[in-house]
Design a protein around this ligand. Structure first.
Ligand SMILES: CC(C)(COP(=O)(O)OP(=O)(O)OC[C@H]1O[C@@H](n2cnc3c(N)ncnc32)[C@H](O)[C@@H]1OP(=O)(O)O)[C@@H](O)C(=O)NCCC(=O)NCCS
Length: 198
């Protein structure tokens, strides 16, 4: 199984423990967590959440198996600078259905990387993992994230009122979905052309 891809001016690679300091620093920022239902987190909290996921992924990759979870680190191709992360999490009892997630560090917002990360997840889910459905969710006020998903073809499917409790208040959760069958015929191949093996 492939570990690393390039797309645009980013490198996407399965997360390792060497990425944890930069991921932890990003998720300790109030700006990045403003619309998340978790965080800002202490470094140790982020580390203890991600470490078992990373160990599981790396063990699978070493043995040539497809991991259950797919957490990717995004870096600038040219310099290796950390940009953010994105992930596909399996949906219980529904092989081929995944929840998408992405966080871009605030120093790199507004450059199209959120959209590129989400597009990469669409590519991995449908072209690499042969999935059939992607699930997305966002706090109703997270305009940028909703726009990212809609630019990648997700459609709004519902709203759960007062679903998340964070920062002293309750927040509505917007639900989105993208079925492989929603994508126009012949649109997976260009996606595969946009993300190449490294
Ligand atoms: C949401 C997030 C991923 C967007 O990443 P980004 O790299 O800044 O997004 P892009 O540059 O690809 O922009 C995507 C679209 O959102 C719009 N957008 C970006 N920031 C915006 C903002 N603050 N308000 C409204 N729209 C915004 C852009 O204009 C663009 O739309 P357009 O092409 O129609 O102009 C990033 O802000 C982030 O990581 N935030 C913190 C974590 C988070 O909220 N993750 C998502 C959880 S559901």
């Amino acid at each position: 199984m492939q570990h690393t891809w390039t797309g645009g001016d980013l490198i996407f690679s399965y997360c390792t423990d060497g990425d944890l300091p930069e991921i932890s620093r990003m998720l300790s920022k109030e700006s990045v967590c403003r619309w998340l239902f978790f965080g800002p987190n202490a470094v140790e909290v982020t580390r203890s959440y991600f470490l078992p996921l990373i160990e599981g992924m790396q063990a699978a990759l070493l043995e040539g198996r497809t991991p259950d979870h797919h957490v990717f680190t995004l870096r600038l191709h040219r310099t290796g600078e950390f940009v953010g992360q994105c992930a596909l999490f399996p949906v219980d009892f529904s092989p081929g259905s995944y929840l998408v997630g992405y966080q871009i560090d605030d120093t790199h917002w507004g450059k199209g990387y959120g959209t590129l990360a989400c597009r990469f997840l669409v590519y991995v889910a449908f072209a690499v993992l042969d999935g059939y459905r992607l699930n997305g969710d966002a706090v109703a006020g997270n305009t940028a994230s909703l726009r990212v998903m809609e630019k990648c073809g997700f459609v709004r499917e519902g709203l759960q009122r007062g679903y998340w409790h964070a920062r002293g208040g309750c927040h509505d959760r917007v639900l989105l979905g993208l079925l492989r069958d929603d994508l126009p015929a012949g649109c997976i191949e260009p996606l595969a052309g946009a993300f190449s093996a490294r």
